[in-house]
Design a binder for this molecule. Structure first.
Ligand code: DLZ
Length: 158
């Protein structure tokens, strides 16, 4: 389903597990920082809202979305980390850079999750325009960071 048909802040928390003892890694891309900070805040606040403890949320910043994979691996390798939430914004430009970044990171994060057998969440906004990205970073379609945090909580319940 397209994001334009589903608000990113809309979810059912009734089956959420107790996450008060869970430890989360947040990896945030610095590229498009104004927007990724909104995603990071959305993820952070969502984790706290559902019972996570601030001291159990560890944030690392990486230069761009492409680096989310290594950032995720460096956190996921620690037994103490239960889930990693990766946040970035990739906006299509004049070249195909977005395709390369998006595919590499989607594949990379999948690999890290399977390697360490823990949730590694793809919280990357991938759009054609800045406006579409703003809509998904706390705008009219909600916050991708919130959605990513919810996905992490849900996967921990598996
Ligand atoms: C180089 C680049 C470009 C053109 N666009 C974006 C983008 O829209 N979003 C993003 O997060 N990062 C972008 N980057 C940076 C790459 O992700 C990466 O940091 C650099 O290519 C260095 O490896």
């Amino acid at each position: 389903m397209a994001t334009s048909l589903q608000h990113l802040d809309s979810y059912d928390a009734s089956n959420f597990i107790d996450i008060s003892a869970k430890r989360f890694g947040l990896v945030v891309a610095d590229w498009n920082r104004t927007l990724t900070e909104v995603l990071s805040n959305g993820a952070y606040e969502t984790l706290l809202k559902h019972g996570a403890v601030a001291e159990n949320i560890f944030r690392n910043t990486v230069p761009g979305t492409f680096e989310l994979t290594l950032g995720a691996q460096l956190l996921a390798q620690h037994d103490e980390i239960d889930a990693v939430i990766c946040l970035g914004v990739v906006i299509r430009g004049d070249t195909k850079h977005d395709d390369y970044i998006n595919h590499a990171v989607a594949q990379g994060l999948t690999t890290v999750g399977l390697k360490f057998n823990k949730p590694v969440i793809f919280g990357v906004v991938t759009t054609n325009t800045l406006e579409q990205a703003q809509d998904r970073a706390g705008g009219k379609l909600g916050n991708k960071g919130t959605e990513a945090a919810v996905a992490a909580i849900q996967m921990l319940g598996f």
